[in-house]
Ligand binder design. Sequence first.
Ligand code: ACO
Length: 356
Amino acid sequence: MQYADITGWGKYTPPARLTNDDLATFIDTSDEWISSRTGIKERRISHINTAHMAALAGKQALARAGIDADDIDLIIVATCTPDNLVPNTASKVQQLLSTNNSACFDLSSACTGFIYALQNATAQIRMGMVKKALVIGAERMSWFVNWSVRDTAVLFGDGAGAVVLEATDIECGLLEAKLGCDSNAREILNIVNFGTDMDRYENPPGPLQIDFNGQDIFKRAVRSMGKATETVMANTNLAVSDVDLLVPHQANLRIIETLQHKLKLSDEQCMVNIQKYGNTSAATVPIALCEAVEQGKINPGNNIMSAAFGAGLTWGACYIKWGDRVTAVNDYTQQEQQCEQSAKELLSVAIKHCLQ
Ligand code: ACO
């Protein structure tokens, strides 16, 4: 029997920070409202595109795994903010990694995308079809934000996270997952004015915008992530005390806390970094996973649960038995970290257009 060990982890968090106070200079909001309703203090605004962020996270994960990009058989990029529709973002990542040995595809399941991708790559490794995979969640959410709509503008950020999976005989990696989708609620969270739904000629689409019903999503998020996590724990005979760390999707601190209490987990059992990055959609789980390893919160043999929900409304949870690797084989310094402009400077044209 083959398993898919996580042997490398990486992230790219753009250097430009947009604080709540920065937002309050051009939207009718406040640090007090955003912090108390969401837990977010700041988010990152990227000066590079989604594929570039994905490749930087991927390079770090590969270095830490100590393997060459040429050895990777499969690259999956979970994203809902691709550089282009055709060609896919994963092919650009392959190009940026200077290799051409892998199958490449994008996976679109919004914020649940990384868990869907991890399950998919693990299944391919466990079937023996693939030996090594690079699984990335990368998003440039700021590109889709309407900076005049305060309900959504304060929530999102940019970033990327990645893991390397390698085939092993040892029982570890993702061992169980429960994924699903409540398509009857697919209208409550969407990016409007985009796609072949639109009439390009008779009724041309208006401006891009993320639309949602926040309160409905909030309730459904807690319900679906809670149920999926409980199902996975029941299927694997895991008790609450067996869980070393829950790595949840970071959409709202109140959602995370409600889930944590529902599952009866302590603060130490729950990974939270939403205050620094906001909601980076498919990138929240791999960035949080990466930071958990960097901060020594994950040890060999640990039982890790992860759960997410997103547009669709997709949802899912998975159980990862962490392998032996918690220290990097090599490290990689991301030269492209530098950005001369502030977040507000990077967004100045977008803000001007949105506020017109
Ligand atoms: N600043 C100040 N006031 C605001 C802001 C803002 N940025 N946004 C909304 N308000 C106001 C509203 O206008 C409303 O005012 P009113 O009472 O005078 O009408 C008031 O604040 C309360 O608004 P609610 O929508 O009731 O606020 P709520 O407590 O529900 O929090 C939030 C809103 C944060 C969006 C929450 O519902 C939420 O997190 N929902 C789920 C998460 C989510 O949808 N994430 C994005 C989707 S992507 C994904 O991860 C799947």
